[in-house]
Design a protein around this ligand. Sequence first.
Ligand SMILES: Nc1ncnc2c1ncn2[C@@H]1O[C@H](COP(=O)(O)OP(=O)(O)OP(=O)(O)O)[C@@H](O)[C@H]1O
Ligand SMILES: [Mg+2]
Length: 534
Amino acid sequence: MEMKIVPELKLGFKDAESYKQRENHELLNKIFVRTPMLDKLCESNTYFLVGEKGTGKTAYAVYLANNSYNNNYASLRYIRETEYQKFLVLKNSKHLTLSDYTNIWKVIIYLLLAQQVRERKNKLPLLGNLGKFNALNKAVDEYYQHAFSPEILYAIQFAEEAKLAAEIIAKYTGLETKLGGEEKTSINFSETRFQTNLLYIQKHFEEALSSLKLAQNHILFIDGIDIRPSSIPYEDYLDCVKGLANAVWSINSDFFANIKDSKGRLRVVLLIRPDIFNSLGLQNQNSKIRDNSVVLNWLTTYTEYRGSDLFLMADKLLAFQQETELPTGMTWDYYFPYNASNVTSEQTHKSAFISFLRYSLYRPRDILTMLSIQKENFIEQGRNPKEVFSERDFFSPAFTRKYSDYVLGEVKDHLSFYHSNEDYELFLKFFQHLNGHSRFTYDEFLVAFSDYKNFIEKNIKEEPSFCKTPDIFLQFLYDTNIICSVMTSDTGPFFGWCYRDRTPSNIAPKVRTHARYDVHYGLMKALDLGKHFD
Ligand SMILES: Nc1ncnc2c1ncn2[C@@H]1O[C@H](COP(=O)(O)OP(=O)(O)OP(=O)(O)O)[C@@H](O)[C@H]1O
Ligand SMILES: [Mg+2]
């Protein structure tokens, strides 16, 4: 059996955005695990794709955009810093409110979806009453001088210049009704009536889209709301994202869901982290999560991991590049032929994957990162290329350092939505007050927190919201998956992790107070903890 040597293993990309590039489509198709979550995502009542960092939100959207899976045609669009800046400028020049934001987003979404349908990949003829749709397309062509590019940045312009856009739409759709024998009514659009103009544009898109008879489903995925650029203030950012989430909800449930007589459906799906979803304060948030979201979840246990999608993902990644196809799990066992230490449960195979689980938050990106760090170290250490991995790879300082940098980097990205860089630096200072302990009781936490608070009062003018009270701070540590609570029971300790306690019916779980707490394994090194166990 000829297996690839470790230095030549291809381990793909840690951020699925790279799979958007044409030359990487094939690679994603080979390594992608079609979990039941993929089918749920294709259901017509799914409007939100929810998952913590590194759980595969982008990967699922890219996979659907690259392939016409089950008659679904999808595209994926990013919102980036320049787009947010445009929104800010608009807000200031036109004195926008939240509902204006929602209406702007509606125009953007309609425009992008309409152009997607028009450019549909299969090129089967479009059916239905095409008059309105064609007229609208002519208007879009005139506005963009035949150079529309399917990016949010371009679509914003259309809403921004609502007066001009509405006038051009009136010109073409008026023409259309005239051909149909009706009187053309002339409409005046005024620069100052921005809202009215937007509604006029929306209405025309709705009429055009609802008159189509689609043979396929068309999905527009919107990604990129989870990292706030530092140039955009939090409140403004939140308003923009709230407007977007409201638009997504309203378009899907009030409009697309009610289009009759079309086999194919239109849909817009927002990629979003659970904590951000929670901070939007949408109406009936709980039922939206339960009934209209896919919540990505890769949880498994030490005894059952062998049948889990997370393990399958890791095995598939190693297996796709081999010459011979082996039964599931065998490629993994070839590269990791050892038992993880201190495994007490009964195992059917070598238990190396449990070491990976221990260091992870059960997210695909965690596993990928460990694999690529170990491969990198393997090469750096100049090991015999014929060798494979061993448990020592977890104990080398090079591994611990690189991996905890990664975990801390993910925490930093997570926090960047809410807090500034300075706040993040200040947050890290808390851990110096734990005296090196990675395990502490509630009372010990209170002492450390009060030390920390003294430090803040002496050194910082304005304290960040997360350190208002000890319990708010404890919740913060738990929300970021830095600590878990540990409760002892007759059957042994019970570990309460935010990523495990979170379910669709409890999207923002609360930390237990008065428990004992453990800092995550993968972070101890980066936070300089774990030197004292007692
Ligand atoms: N179903 C899957 N099959 C195979 N690999 C997957 C799957 N889902 C995720 N992955 C892997 O996990 C990596 C991380 O996923 P992705 O970038 O989509 O996470 P994300 O949820 O978008 O994170 P972020 O919030 O940081 O944007 C991907 O690059 C991909 O390699
Ligand atoms: Mg992503």
